[in-house]
Design a protein around this ligand. Structure first.
Ligand code: OOB
Length: 535
């Protein structure tokens, strides 16, 4: 179904092939190629489990055969909601091997998001862990099966109860046809759109390049030992360079299933970790944890930080406190990645978000009329290139607003470039609150809050926060007696919303400031709250 996603124009696609960005390899080839070269070397470590490349490849073969035998066909979708465990990699590559498209949900998602993602993607199966961090995903699976009948199977890592255990997805390997490299390999979740969550189609060609080239710019090699701390359903730890980049170069991926700095730093010592990636609030926790966690971090060479603005003072503390070097990463699941380079000066590394990954990333900084600003000026970033999407999955109408006529993606980020071409992220003009890397889609949560009986109207704005960078403040015009913050949180919980989207703060008002078009003026509202006039 080619109209599910928007392909690149043929001329550009050919240029990307000619220049070697699109190699014609699939994500399954990525694993197979390394497995041939690095067979006995450890690919994945998860607690006491250590899988060599041969072992991983064999497990993938057997799982792919079992999924194929269940009747899954190339192009089918499977909704995957797994924590950072070895089975994530096994299933991910098994799906690639049968041409089935994983739809990557975050472990924090709940009924509201999961039902929507299953419906939007038309998923035929849902893959979960039995329990993780106190939550029983099998309960969610039962609800999903009731609400979305297309979900015919539930695969469970661990105790499957009435569902299919991962251990039972085991069959004699069969030869399966390879998908076309220009077809969709994975559907990532967007953090930054208006309305309901959107899915980002990433092709084999573009995502293979994304992982391969990120691994090169991050300096990964066969001695790399990468610690997966951030949830690996995120683009950053999955492929920038993350797990796919590490497996491409034949290194070792170590899974960290809980994000606490104690667990992670102890793993750095025990597994001699060389590289990892964090979001800014975790960097703060890692720095503070040095006071009480007595782990030897000598093996750590590079710390990648991205997802939200990294405060330059915090950036400057990384090397003295953790003993490793910093690489800033500014990226988006939609595609574009910028990295500071290993030979950049400290000034560039601390104060900028780096340069685009590809020579063919086309960046344009524009004013509110879509006119390019003068060099060095600040404006909204528009981008197109060999690994930036041309359209969201099944979102024809939305795509008309999210992309320009000539195929640039409107990022919603406000940036400028230094004379050397490094990008500095200055702000944002899209309706998202960036809670330290976790994106809260404002309109989606507002629409849910409108169904609360005591809410006449609602607007969510971001307010500055020392740890997270931003927190959500929910501003409400009450209907009758004003609602309380716990009541609004309880309401969202009943609707089954991920916990990171719950409001941090509530402000009750009589009216919202409005723009000249009669819409809520969020900027004015945020400054009103900051000035305390409505606290
Ligand atoms: C990453 O991806 P997403 O899709 O969760 O979020 C993208 C948005 C960007 O549009 C920008 O607003 C913000 O997150 N962002 C940053 C940033 N990195 C991302 N803002 C300031 N400084 C940074 N370094 O967050 C993501 C994907 C791949 C690699 C790294 C991050």
């Amino acid at each position: 179904m080619s109209h599910d996603f928007t392909p690149w124009p043929e001329g550009l696609a050919q240029a990307y092939r000619d220049r070697g960005y699109w190699s014609g390899l699939t994500l399954d080839d990525l694993l197979r190629d390394t497995a041939r070269r690095r067979h006995g070397h450890t690919a994945i470590v998860d607690g006491a489990r250590r899988w060599s490349y041969t072992e991983l490849d064999r497990r993938v073969d057997r799982m792919a055969a079992a999924i194929h035998a269940l009747g899954f066909e190339p192009g089918d979708r499977v909704l995957v909601q797994l924590p950072n465990i070895a089975e994530f990699a096994q299933l991910f590559f098994a799906l690639q091997r049968c041409g089935v498209i994983p739809v990557l949900a975050l472990p924090a998602h709940r009924e509201f998001e999961i039902v929507h993602l299953a419906e939007l993607s038309g998923a035929r199966a849902y893959a979960i862990a039995d329990r993780h961090q106190g939550f029983d995903y099998r309960t969610l699976a039962r609800t999903l099966r009731e609400k979305v009948p297309s979900v015919g199977h539930v695969f469970v890592a661990g105790d499957a109860e009435e569902f299919t255990a991962f251990a039972a997805l085991d069959a004699e390997p069969v030869v399966l046809p390879s998908p076309s490299p220009s077809s969709v390999a994975v559907l990532l979740l967007s953090g930054g759109t208006t309305g309901l969550p959107k899915l980002i189609p990433r092709t084999h060609d573009d995502y293979h390049y994304n992982a391969r080239e990120s691994a090169r710019v991050a300096g990964l090699d066969a001695d790399t030992r990468y610690l997966a701390v951030l949830p690996i359903a995120h683009n950053f730890p999955l492929a920038c360079p993350g797990i796919l980049g590490t497996l491409h170069v034949g290194g070792t991926v170590v899974m960290c299933a809980d994000g606490s700095p104690e667990t992670a730093q102890e793993l750095v010592e025990r597994e001699r970790i060389t590289d990892t990636a964090l979001i800014p609030p975790l960097v703060l926790l890692w720095l503070e944890a040095r006071a009480w966690v007595d782990a030897n971090l000598d093996s750590l060479r590079w710390l990648q930080v991205g997802g939200a603005r990294l405060n330059p003072e915090v950036a400057a503390r990384i090397r003295p406190t953790l003993g490793c070097r910093l690489q800033q990463v500014y990226g988006m699941a939609e595609g574009l990645l910028c990295f500071t380079r290993h030979d950049d000066t400290d000034d560039v590394v601390v104060n900028t978000q780096g340069r685009p990954l590809s020579p063919d990333d086309e960046l344009r900084i524009v004013d509110e009329n879509d006119h390019e600003v003068a060099p060095g000026g600040t404006g909204e970033l528009q981008v197109r290139g060999p690994y930036t999407l041309r359209g969201y999955w099944r979102a024809e109408e939305y795509n008309r607003r999210a992309f320009t006529a000539d195929g640039y993606y409107r990022s919603g980020d406000v940036v400028r470039r230094t004379p050397d071409g490094d990008v500095v992220v200055e702000g944002r003009n899209k309706d998202v609150v960036n809670r330290g890397g976790e994106k809260v889609p404002v309109e989606e949560v507002e629409n849910l809050l409108l169904s609360h009986p005591a809410v006449l109207d609602v607007a969510i704005v971001g307010i500055p926060d020392d740890v997270l960078g931003e927190r959500t403040c929910t501003c409400v015009l009450p209907r009758g007696e004003a609602p309380t913050l716990p009541a609004l949180k309880a309401h969202l919980n009943t609707l089954g919303v991920a916990a990171f989207k719950l409001p941090d703060r509530l402000v009750v008002l009589d009216a919202f400031p409005s723009t000249k078009f009669g819409k809520v003026n969020r900027r004015a509202l945020a400054s009103q709250i900051l000035e305390g006039s409505t606290a």
